[in-house]
Design a protein around this ligand. Structure first.
Ligand SMILES: Nc1ncnc2c1ncn2[C@@H]1O[C@H](COP(=O)(O)OP(=O)(O)OP(=O)(O)O)[C@@H](O)[C@H]1O
Ligand SMILES: [Mg+2]
Length: 219
C-alpha cells in the first residue's frame, strides 16, 4: 500500500540528515510500530508518510503512485487519517458531531449518517450520555477513543498515529492499541504508530526502529 523509496530528510543542511536512503514498505491489513530515541526523527518521518511535508530526497508511493503526484492535499483528504497524541478533536463539539463533521469534510460514504457515527462510538465503549457532551468534558482515554472512532468512520485506508497512547494509563493504552489492531485486521487498513513504549510496539505486527539515521526491522 505504501512504499518508501530512497527517502532522505533534513531540516537545514544535507550533512545533518535525520535519515537517508530509507526503503520501507507498509501493507494493508497490518500494523507497524515506529520506535527510536527522542529526537531521532520519528515524528518527522510520520509527517512525510502523512503528506504533511515532502521528502528532501526519494519518493513515497501510495498504491504505486507518488503522493506528490496525487497532490498532498488530495492525499491527506482521501487516503490518510491522522491521530495525534493530543487527540486534535473539534473541542467545541460533542463526540457525535466530531465524527459527523470529519465524515463530511473527508467526503466519507457515510456522510450525514448519525446512526453510523453512534454505532462506531458505541463499539469503542462510549455511553450515550458521553457522546453528546462537549468532548472537553471527557477523560483523556475517552477523547482518544473518539479520535480513533473518527478514524474508523472515515474511508481513508492509511492510519498514522503519533504517540497515541502518550497520555494514557496502562489499561487505556492496551485498549487503544487493541482498537488499532482491529482497524488493521478487521477493517483491512494499514496502521502506523510512532511510540516510545515497548509494550505498544510488541502488540503491533511489525516494528521499525530508527537508530543512527537508519531504519531496521526489529523482531
Ligand atoms: N521544524 C523544525 N525545524 C528544525 N528542526 C526540527 C524541526 N522539527 C524537528 N526538528 C529537529 O529534528 C529532530 C527530529 O525531531 P522529531 O520531532 O522528528 O523527533 P522524534 O523522534 O519524533 O522525537 P520525540 O520522540 O521526542 O517525539 C530533532 O532534533 C528536532 O529538534
Ligand atoms: Mg515525536
Amino acid at each position: 500500500m505504501l512504499e518508501v523509496k530512497d527517502v532522505g530528510y533534513w531540516y537545514t543542511h544535507q550533512d545533518d540528515s535525520l535519515f537517508e536512503h530509507v526503503n520501507l514498505s507498509f501493507e494493508a491489513g497490518q500494523s507497524y510500530a515506529i520506535v527510536g530515541q527522542s529526537g531521532a526523527g520519528k515524528t518527522t518521518f510520520l509527517s512525510l508518510l502523512a503528506g504533511l511535508d515532502k521528502p528532501k530526497a526519494g519518493q513515497i508511493l501510495y498504491d504505486d503512485r507518488n503522493i506528490s503526484e496525487i497532490g498532498l492535499t488530495n492525499y491527506r483528504k482521501n487516503d490518510v487519517s491522522i491521530v495525534f497524541q493530543s487527540y486534535n478533536l473539534f473541542t467545541y463539539m460533542s463526540a457525535i458531531d466530531n465524527l459527523l463533521t470529519a465524515m463530511a469534510i473527508t467526503g466519507s460514504k457515510h456522510t450525514g449518517d448519525k446512526k453510523y457515527a453512534i454505532d462506531m462510538l458505541h463499539k469503542l465503549g462510549l455511553a450515550h450520555v458521553q457522546m453528546q457532551k462537549n468532548v472537553q468534558k471527557l477523560s483523556g482515554g475517552q477523547q482518544q477513543r473518539v479520535a480513533i472512532a473518527r478514524t474508523m468512520a472515515c474511508d481513508a485506508n492509511l492510519v498514522v498515529a503519533d504517540e497515541p497512547t502518550g497520555n494514557l494509563d496502562e489499561d487505556n493504552t492496551i485498549e487503544v492499541v487493541d482498537l488499532f489492531q482491529k482497524i488493521a485486521h478487521e477493517q483491512g487498513k494499514c496502521v502506523i504508530i510512532v511510540t516510545h513504549e515497548a509494550a505498544v510496539a510488541q502488540m503491533c505486527d511489525h516494528t521499525y526502529k530508527l537508530e543512527k539515521h537508519v531504519f531496521s526491522e526489529s523482531v
